[in-house]
Design a protein around this ligand. Structure first.
Ligand SMILES: [Zn+2]
Length: 60
């Protein structure tokens, strides 16, 4: 299985919610999410999460 994030072709070994993604994208999403909840990243700057939401919307 390949990572579902746009432009990423690494092997998906993890999931974010129900979407298969690679370790690298999972790490970036996790870091960005933590940073957002800490107030260090503004909602409009959640680049990985925005991409993820688009992928998730298509998967439904
Ligand atoms: Zn990836």
């Amino acid at each position: 299985m390949t990572c579902e994030m746009p432009g990423c072709e690494r092997v998906a070994k993890k999931r974010w919610r129900t979407i298969p993604i690679c370790n690298s994208c999972h790490g970036k999403l996790r870091k960005e999410t933590l940073s957002f909840y800490d107030g260090r990243t503004k909602p409009e700057n959640r680049r990985m999460y925005k991409q993820f939401k688009e992928v998730e919307a298509k998967a439904k």
